[in-house]
Design a protein around this ligand. Structure first.
Ligand SMILES: Cc1cc2nc3c(=O)[nH]c(=O)nc-3n(C[C@H](O)[C@H](O)[C@H](O)COP(=O)(O)OP(=O)(O)OC[C@H]3O[C@@H](n4cnc5c(N)ncnc54)[C@H](O)[C@@H]3O)c2cc1C
Length: 575
């Protein structure tokens, strides 16, 4: 079966998120509250993006009359001239991802890193031909799915190359096959979240993978970054849902993984390809485990006297609850995020706050849950979970907060564009750690962010939540709001460095789901060891001998290692 899906692509604005037509403006009182809390002067917006005509690009090295003419002709032969673009808009749209520093740069008119050309191959053979042309002409290749990376994953890297090419998988967006008996489906890698779900829904199935970037992100991007969705506590992360992938590498095609439920055939090479962030090759298709669409969603919200009490409740739910009762969505906000959520959601904050005070909760931490399944199963799961949550100090506050969250869950990213325009810095970062280290990690990272903002003369709001629950621990996700400083890129770098250091010092992971990209690469050695980096480099040398695949991402440049492990003997670097 081969089904052509009409691609449901919301036009992505070059300086922000998604389709600005879908943005909902921040309420006046919420904005006033933020500005006064953060000490941002109450003046008219002054940080808007420059006009498109003011955006600066380096001249493309791939022109018909310049030294790159042969390379351009080779790319055109590989996937058709109409699918190779050196146009200004295509280059700007592929200049980087969607992190706050990415947006700050583009809003300020800097697209100097834009690729020299963007290619849109269709099918394995065309991808293979593009890679061959790039290897022959020494062009760096950046695989590009939805371009929603927030860790510098899709920034072209020019140094040491004759030019840069971004390989956009947008034309490869088909459902290739579906096996309803085994509950697996094979897709091309460029399919975006909504189109993937729509294709499965026609057959009564879902992948259940809904990252907040779902509308823009692609299956290949999910797998290349090991993404986690909002319902991953129930359905599993993308790296748990995948059963096999096909890669086109400069060394040739590679099928990683076998469509078998389990295998003992040596080390797990599938998971070398998954999470490889475009540095080993291009994921062109993948087989995923799917589930029947749930007939019913049951919602619940509980408030806890503190974040620590809420974390303990989630741990008990995981450790002492019936495994089948675990909600698909499991989110716990700390007191600051709870306050912000209730305020933004237009909840009767004061009424709820005074009710919770009467129940002994001065700084409530709100937990939201969604159970999916049959009406009877979800009712039973909620009832049994209620016992555990109440025994851990939870006060039920009805289903509405969880329903409101579910309703508005994809609109949050639009707010960042408005906040930046209004002079408010906002960025997120994440980690995961064990239950035993949760509280200490939470406190250390928060304190580091507060300290870094204070060093610039500001006072931040730091909002935190847990959104993925595992047997041995959970994720932690931090959102920082502060007044934009004179040099917002320096401000961002200072906050990010402080938080990353605190994460590493707390023994947590540098990333739970955003991946490594270029931003986290200096910390990878501290996480996986010098020998681990060497293993990655030698795999890269095998699959990408010329080193054209996404250089600078994932595998750190030797000088970028935050902490070299002196006990490991490293060979001469050849990455
Ligand atoms: C507003 C917002 C919300 C987000 N929410 C979440 C979330 O809830 N959970 C989460 O996990 N992440 C989230 N992210 C991060 C990001 O969306 C994910 O990392 C996502 O998986 C990236 O998918 P993409 O298709 O956009 O990949 P891209 O950004 O295009 O690429 C990401 C990396 O993967 C590589 N790559 C992409 N496609 C391929 C391919 N086919 N083959 C080989 N390499 C490839 C790229 O070279 C790059 O290194 C969010 C980002 C934003 C901006």
């Amino acid at each position: 079966m081969e089904t052509q899906i009409t691609r449901e692509v919301a036009p992505s604005v070059w300086h922000g998120w998604g389709d600005p037509g879908h943005a909902r403006p921040l309420g006046t009182s919420a904005l006033a509250f933020l500005k006064s809390g953060l000490g941002v002067p109450d003046v008219e917006p002054r940080h808007g993006p420059v006009g498109l005509d003011q955006v600066q690009l380096s001249p493309s090295t791939l022109t018909e009359s310049g030294p790159g003419a042969e390379a351009l002709a080779a790319l055109r032969r590989a996937c058709g001239a109409e699918h190779v673009s050196t146009e200004r808009m295509a280059r700007i749209l592929h200049a980087g991802g969607k992190s706050t520093p990415d947006l700050l740069r583009r809003r300020g008119g800097d697209a100097l890193d834009a690729p020299d050309a963007v290619v849109f191959p269709d099918g394995d053979e065309e991808v293979r031909a593009v890679l061959a042309a790039c290897a022959q002409h020494r062009l760096a290749v950046t695989p590009f799915g939805g371009g929603t990376s927030v860790v510098g994953g899709v920034e072209p890297h020019r140094e040491g190359f004759t030019g840069t090419v971004t390989l956009d998988l947008g034309r490869m967006d088909r459902l290739l096959s579906l096996d309803p008996v085994s509950r697996t489906a094979t897709f091309e890698a460029g399919i975006r979240g909504p189109a993937l779900e729509a294709a499965l829904a026609q057959h009564g199935f879902t992948l259940g993978h809904l990252p907040q970037s779902h509308q823009q992100a692609t299956l290949g991007g999910y797998l290349a970054t090991r993404s986690a969705g909002q319902a991953s506590t129930g359905y599993g992360r993308s790296d748990e849902l995948v059963s096999s992938v096909h890669l086109e590498t400069p060394a040739g095609p590679w099928d990683a993984g076998r469509d078998a439920p389990g295998t003992a055939a040596g080390p797990d090479l599938l998971h070398l390809a998954v999470g490889s962030e475009g540095v080993l090759g291009v994921i062109t298709s993948a087989t995923m485990r799917i589930a029947p669409v749930a007939e019913h969603h049951a919602h619940g919200a509980w408030s806890f006297p503190s974040f620590a009490a809420g974390v303990e409740a989630l741990r008990l739910l995981r450790h002492e609850g019936h495994p089948g009762d675990l909600p698909q969505v499991c989110r716990l906000s700390d007191a600051d995020e709870t306050f912000s959520t209730l305020r933004q959601g237009g909840w009767k904050t004061s009424a709820l706050a005074s009710y919770l005070r009467t129940r002994g909760q001065q700084t409530p931490a709100l937990a939201l849950f969604v159970w999916e399944g049959s009406a009877e199963d979800t009712r039973r799961s909620r009832r049994r979970s209620t016992r555990i949550l109440q025994s851990a100090g939870g006060v039920p506050v009805g289903p509405l907060p969880a329903k409101a969250w579910e309703h508005g869950r994809f609109s949050g990213p639009y707010l960042r564009d408005e906040l930046l325009t209004r002079g408010i810095y906002v960025e997120t970062l994440e980690t995961a750690t064990t239950w035993a280290r949760m509280d200490q990690t939470y406190r250390q990272v928060r304190e580091a962010i507060h300290g870094a903002v204070r060093d610039g003369g500001g006072t931040p709001f730091v909002l935190t939540h847990v959104s993925h629950v595992y047997p041995d621990g959970a994720s932690l996700y931090f959102t920082t709001l502060a007044g934009l400083e004179q040099d917002p890129l320096a401000q961002n770098a200072r906050i990010k460095a402080a938080a990353s250091r605190a994460i590493m010092d707390a023994g947590a992971t540098i990333t739970h789901h955003h991946a490594i990209g270029r931003d986290h690469a200096p910390y990878l050695q501290e996480e996986i060891g010098a020998l681990g980096i060497q293993v990655l480099r030698s795999v890269k040398d095998t699959l990408d001998p010329v080193g054209i695949m996404n250089p600078g991402a994932l595998i750190p440049a030797p000088s970028a290692n935050a902490n070299a492990n002196a006990n490991v003997h490293t060979t001469e670097d050849n990455a």
